[in-house]
Design a protein. Structure first.
Length: 281
């Protein structure tokens, strides 16, 4: 690898310091390297076309943002945890430096994950975890109808609705009682949140299906992308959701069967520490 980028969570002191240390290490190996805050506007677009690897330094939130902002350039991302939650990341910050050389030498494999694209009124966004339509801060239910491939599936009142990727199936979807999908699955999950009637079950849809969500009541709602954006919706607004043409590419060092061990830690209430076991490749 001749050019490596580092995007870090500048609001976390540990992440900022670790990013600087990683930058100095890579530069000392004679490699081209750039480093920026992940919150910087117009995220490094002049550097990305030449970049062969992006290192995300922070927690899962940082990795989600980095993925969304760089997906169009199809660059693999290595997640290093220096935040509070690192379920998606590959290495703990304390172990990053000892594995950098083998990563730069081409060690590892690429895990490809699906993303979603949401559009409304001519605006569109790409999501790594989920697209959510919710009641926002108002303490009242909203009314939503859901169509899949032009077929009405259900309509309900509730706190909202989420459409999750396989990656997002272990996030808000799991907390809302939805099923977990294998991380490389191309399918999406439609899950009502605190709905009435309570019988609304989660639906798993194919990767080539189109989803249409309409706000049918009189109360306003909010569209969120991975917990960000907060686009206001009014009665009659329709959100179109489909699989994105973009794919997330994560550089992995762990064995390809790592996922269920990590998931087991989360489901048992343990704090997950990303790292390498003896069965790494």
């Amino acid at each position: 690898m001749d050019c490596i980028g580092i995007l870090y969570q500048s609001q976390i002191e540990q992440a900022t310091a670790l990013a600087k240390t990683i930058e100095e290490h890579i530069s000392g190996l004679g490699k081209q390297v750039w480093s920026r805050s992940s919150w910087q506007d117009d995220l490094n677009q002049k550097d990305l076309p030449e970049t062969q690897l992006i290192i995300s330094v922070g927690g899962d939130g940082t990795l989600l943002r980095v993925t969304r902002e760089t997906a169009a350039w199809d660059v693999p991302i290595l997640g290093i945890n220096a935040g509070s939650l690192g379920f998606l990341t590959e290495l703990d910050g304390s172990k990053a430096l000892e594995h950098l050389n083998e990563i730069i030498d081409g060690k590892g494999w690429i895990e490809q994950r699906s993303m979603l694209e949401a559009s409304v009124d001519g605006s569109n966004w790409h999501a790594m975890n989920e697209v959510t339509i919710s009641r926002g801060g108002a303490a009242r239910t909203i009314q939503i109808s859901v169509d899949v491939d032009d077929t009405r599936m259900f309509a309900f009142s509730g706190d909202g609705l989420l459409v999750a990727t396989a990656t997002g199936s272990t996030a808000y979807n799991l907390a809302a009682g939805g099923p977990v999908l294998p991380p490389t699955s191309p399918y999406s999950i439609i899950k009502a949140v605190a709905s009435h009637p309570l019988s609304q079950s989660a639906i798993v849809v194919d990767s080539d299906s189109s989803i249409s969500v309409e706000l049918i009541g009189n109360h306003a709602a909010v569209l969120s992308i991975d917990g960000h954006v907060d686009y206001p919706l009014s009665s009659g607004d329709r959100v179109a959701i489909k699989s994105s043409d973009y794919k997330a590419k994560f550089l992995r060092l762990q064995s390809p069967n790592y996922f269920y061990g990590a998931l087991s830690s989360i489901l048992s209430g343990q704090r997950y520490h990303p790292g390498l076991s003896d069965d790494r490749i």
